[in-house]
Design a protein around this ligand. Structure first.
Ligand code: AHR
Length: 502
């Protein structure tokens, strides 16, 4: 038993919110090899008739995303969606200025919808509000969602898709606050365009779910003011405000990195406070929720990756390899999203394959799971139902960035069958802990299991040559005594503790 004792308490009667289906979204951008040789590789031995890689679809089924955002990302702000429809031999090759590559357009909206059906995920479509605007968004909406008898809907039918796609979730542009974004706008400009676009899209279908762009990160100089201005313009016409964040260790400060979820919490607090302040001033009864539609670990300044040949096709870009430590931090971010799912009602792990992704592939070769694959798969599989209010206590450690931080980070989710799953991260890099889970409020405790992801080498990774180096393993240090479950959590670990009712 470790000298550090921690505690989690819950009562199934005291809840936070139901876990929204869209919380386990992911993201496919035309970037690097996410699409080409990622999800789509017609010559691959496992490819189906639509060119989708079967080995990747199998891993996606295991990962369990529920919704996929597409086609960008920065890419969307220079994209003409019409380039990606119709006979492939007629589709134009275009410069993609966002990532300085050539886009062949061999994959487009129709292929994406086939992918969504094959992967059993909800589509989340972004419109280009960078180089384009309202009319093109409406054309795309008509092509996608109108049954037939008009120019764009009949064009879709002539392309072989008789039935409308029925896309309900739409992003109104991408990161429009960022100077790197093609067609960056001021908050006032963007707020007005987002509102006008949303109003017109709702004339077609008032039930659409629309996401306005929030800040590209909490560190943006306009953070807060941006959300306030955008929502002051569009509060009654949009449903969500987006948030994006990527973490990585800064100058070897791994302790602060382990506590990255503290920053994500502050980000969520700030966006909710701002959105609710706008709502209060407008005397609106409506609440705007957060679509955390890009979140992940991303070694933005140190991938060690060579810059691709300018204007090459689907080069290797942003192919971060994740460590065991990254997976634990990633799990902690998932815990935050679950803990705040009363207001974060959609989220997208950015991205899905090859590009800062849980799934990696080799062209013509195998596909494998990165370390971050496992927390996502377990949260998506077992984190369904209702998030419970919890009381927690543990030892703390000191970080440069966030001061004193509790080593234990956890969330409890109860399923319809009365089971409770506790996801728990020990954020302390050096010290294990003994966790007591007070499950006395459950009618009875049946089987209890724990799967733990950790590694003696925090920097261990799964690579092409060693694809199974890091994975969760059964943790047998679990004991139940009179309503209390005691589990040993190794230092730097992600743990999924499943408690069955009796
Ligand atoms: O996910 C990679 C990039 O990060 C996206 O294209 C952009 O939206 C963000 O800056």
């Amino acid at each position: 038993m470790s000298e550090h004792r921690a505690r989690v308490e819950f009562d199934p009667r005291f809840t936070v919110a139901e876990v929204p289906e869209r919380l386990f979204g992911s993201f496919v951008e035309h970037l690097g090899r996410c699409v080409y040789t990622g999800i789509y590789e017609p010559d691959h031995p496992t490819a189906d008739a639509d060119g989708l890689r079967g080995d990747v679809l199998d891993l996606i089924a295991e990962l369990g995303p529920t919704m996929i955002r597409y086609p960008g990302g920065n890419f969307v702000s220079g994209y003409r969606w019409e380039d990606g429809i119709g006979p492939k031999e007629h589709r134009p090759r275009r410069l993609d200025l966002a990532w300085r590559v050539t886009e062949t357009n061999q994959f487009g909206l129709g292929e994406f919808m086939k992918f969504c059906r094959a992967a059993d995920v909800e589509p989340n479509m972004a419109v280009n509000l960078g180089t384009r605007g309202l009319q093109e968004a409406l054309d795309l909406l008509e092509y996608a969602n109108h049954p037939g008898g008009t120019h764009w809907s009949d064009l879709r039918r002539s392309h072989g898709d008789e039935e409308p796609y029925g896309i309900e979730l739409w992003c109104l542009g991408n990161e429009m606050d960022g100077p790197w974004q093609i067609g960056q706008r001021t908050a006032a400009e963007y707020g007005r365009i987002a509102d006008q676009t949303a109003r017109a899209m709702r004339m077609f279908d008032p039930e659409l779910d629309l996401v306005a762009c929030g800040s590209s990160s909490r560190a943006m100089p306009t953070f807060g003011a941006w959300e306030a201005e955008v929502l002051a313009n569009s509060y009654e016409t949009v449903d969500y405000i987006s948030a994006h964040v990527y973490y990585h260790p800064v100058e070897g400060d791994f302790k602060s990195f382990m506590a990255s979820a503290q920053d994500m919490e502050l980000f969520i607090d700030g966006v909710i406070a701002t959105a609710d302040a706008v709502g209060a001033e407008l005397k609106s009864d409506k609440k705007i929720n957060i679509a955390f539609d890009e979140w992940n670990i991303w070694y933005q300044d140190a991938t060690g990756e060579e810059a691709p040949e300018p204007w090459s096709e689907a080069p290797r870009q942003l192919e971060d390899q994740y460590s065991a430590m990254d997976a634990v931090v990633f799990g902690s971010l998932l815990i935050t999203l679950l803990r705040r799912c009363d207001r974060v009602t959609a989220a997208c792990l950015a991205q899905l394959v090859n590009v800062i992704a849980p799934i990696m592939t080799e062209p013509g070769g195998p596909a494998w799971r990165q370390t971050t694959f496992f927390p996502f798969a377990e949260a998506s599989r077992f984190g369904r139902g209702t998030v419970l209010r919890t009381g927690t206590a543990s030892h703390s450690f000191t970080t440069e960035r966030f001061g004193e931080v509790q080593a234990l980070h956890s969330v409890a989710v109860t399923g319809e069958d009365g089971s409770v799953t506790v996801f728990a991260v020990n954020r302390d890099l050096d010290r294990p802990m003994t966790l007591d889970i007070d499950a006395g409020s459950m009618p009875g405790i049946g089987e209890v299991t724990c799967a733990t992801l950790t590694d003696a080498d925090p920097h261990a990774k799964n690579t092409l040559d060693d694809r199974h180096r890091v994975a969760p393993a059964a943790n047998t240090n679990v004991h139940t005594t009179e309503g209390t479950i005691t589990v040993e959590l190794p230092a730097m670990s992600w743990n999924t503790i499943r408690i069955q009712p009796k």
